[in-house]
Design a protein around this ligand. Sequence first.
Ligand SMILES: [Fe+2]
Ligand SMILES: [Fe+2]
Length: 280
Amino acid sequence: MSKVAPKVRRPKFDTEDMPEYYWNGNPVATHFLNSAHMVFPDGEKLFIRYVKKFSDQIQDPQLKERVKGFIGQEMSHSSVHEKIMQMLESRGLPAEEIRSWYAKTAYNDSENFFVNLFGDITGLTVTAGLEHWTSILAEAALENNSEVLSGIHPEMRRLLRWHAAEEIEHKSVAFDVLKTVDDRYFTRALGMIIATFYLGFYMAYGWAAFLTSDKKINWLEIPGHALNALPVAVQATMKFTAGFWRYFLPDFHPDDIENDEMAAQVMQEENQFLYEMKAG
Ligand SMILES: [Fe+2]
Ligand SMILES: [Fe+2]
């Protein structure tokens, strides 16, 4: 299949006027997103590490170019999410402390454990699984005229739309690298199972850690905020469940999911807020 190499862009982005609870004034929803900001930078570094590790086994020149674009996009995402973490830290949340436990247990401990057990291919197949997750999340965020993102502060919304659209642009790169080096169903399925467990666990951890370390929260208001976020959460969970199982279909390929036009449209709308960089 012919696919163009993903373009590397960087968003112009200003956090100064962003309110503390940038998702509809809702701390429950905002801290969920803060947990995603925490998970991304180290996760994206993992993707880069393992795609790079196997890149010398790729013969197809087109896939080589797509890998370059993929690495450039993930580097860009990682550095922008780092900036959000710095913003949270400067506003009195222990973002770095929360992140350091995640980084230690997920990468120093768990990554080493799985790589010792199954080899480096585990890192690549987990990357392919997580890339499927980011593509599902991206689609959930962008579809239905961005209903999910509608209550988010415009600067953060733009940032998320850019990241989501790029996730869709490069959704099949890690998968194609995996297929090139190890085409076994077992390898693919194992990666998705590990990816899902760890993503779910660390998202829940980050969410709880941000909520409980936020001294400004009025806990009496939390049930109301949780109730307000519930419709979006239910809708998203249904989508996540369907997307998860789809990955296990024997002939699954990320490019069979028809969302490329939606991503291209978003990029066009956000164009003035992005500038392009050289990949590689
Ligand atoms: Fe990313
Ligand atoms: Fe990605």
